[in-house]
Design a protein around this ligand. Structure first.
Ligand code: R5P
Length: 257
């Protein structure tokens, strides 16, 4: 890995702990003004200084993020279908040139293993990585979005391993039972997506489990920005990810208004 690639990745996955708390706010690229992100600027502004990185689209970076903020950006560069269409029908829609112009620390796209356009999305990942390598730009592969296959260790292990084989520099997936097996089979860092909103204590427990089973952090959205205390929740998640806090300790942090 060359200097640029390592340097950018270090802005996302913090060298001090080897972990990251990415705040995912890219949902609108296929879900529109989803709950908690109707006004993305209002939601994200109090969280920006607490997140290690934002996972976000270029339109929202341009319109909702203060360019003077030093929060690292991981730019979602795939898209195409809406929630009303075939989710796997994605292509790369944002150029590497744009990513560099926005001074981002990484780019991310989804692959849809087991879905209709599996082969196209995996080929697109390969093409994106070919180009990103030229500029030292880390690529995050997002796996297992959609309902096509069960989110178990076999499926998530398959999707994450394929992403790593194609050359992704880090991978995002969902939590499952025996998550350590997903991590074991994937030689690049795995970050956990939060999934649908669940009670805060359960989200903290899931994060605690994922970290203990080898996750390199989280790229979490709804369980932070849909919480009744998003600032408390991101602080609590950070305590678990970076400081090894217990679920009870973290819940205490979340509960402080
Ligand atoms: C899904 O396609 C998006 O990439 C989200 O960033 C991802 O699902 C993480 O967000 P959440 O924690 O809300 O699942």
């Amino acid at each position: 890995m060359d200097f640029g690639m390592k340097n950018r990745l270090s802005r996302i996955i913090k060298p001090k702990t080897g972990k990251t708390v990415m705040l995912a706010v890219d949902h609108g690229y296929f879900q529109g003004p989803t709950s908690g992100l109707r006004n993305l600027k209002d939601t994200v502004t109090p969280l920006v200084s607490l997140a290690d990185c934002l996972f976000i689209t270029r339109g929202m970076v341009r319109n909702c993020i203060d360019p003077r903020s030093d929060v690292p950006i991981c730019l979602r560069v795939s898209g195409g279908p809406s929630i009303l269409g075939e989710l796997s029908n994605e292509d790369i829609i944002t150029s590497l040139e744009e990513a560099i112009r926005l001074n981002v620390a990484g780019v991310g796209m989804s692959i849809f293993v087991g879905a209709k356009n599996e082969d196209r999305t995996i080929s697109n990942l390969g093409r994106l990585i070919n180009e990103a390598e030229r500029y030292g730009m880390p690529v995050l592969a997002v796996t297992a979005v959609g309902k096509e296959m069960g989110r178990d260790t076999r499926y998530l292990g398959l999707a994450c391993r394929i992403a790593a084989e194609i050359g992704a520099h880090f991978v995002k997936t969902y939590y499952c039972e025996d998550f350590y097996r997903v991590v074991e089979g994937c030689p690049v860092p795995v970050v956990m997506a939060g999934g649908k909103k669940i009670p805060e204590k359960d989200a903290l427990q899931m994060t605690f489990n994922a970290i203990n089973e080898g996750a390199s952090g989280v790229d979490m959205g709804r369980n932070i920005f849909q919480s009744d205390n998003p600032v408390g929740m991101i602080k609590a998640i950070k305590a678990v990810v970076h400081k090894g806090a217990s679920v009870d300790e973290a819940f205490e942090i979340y509960s402080k208004k």
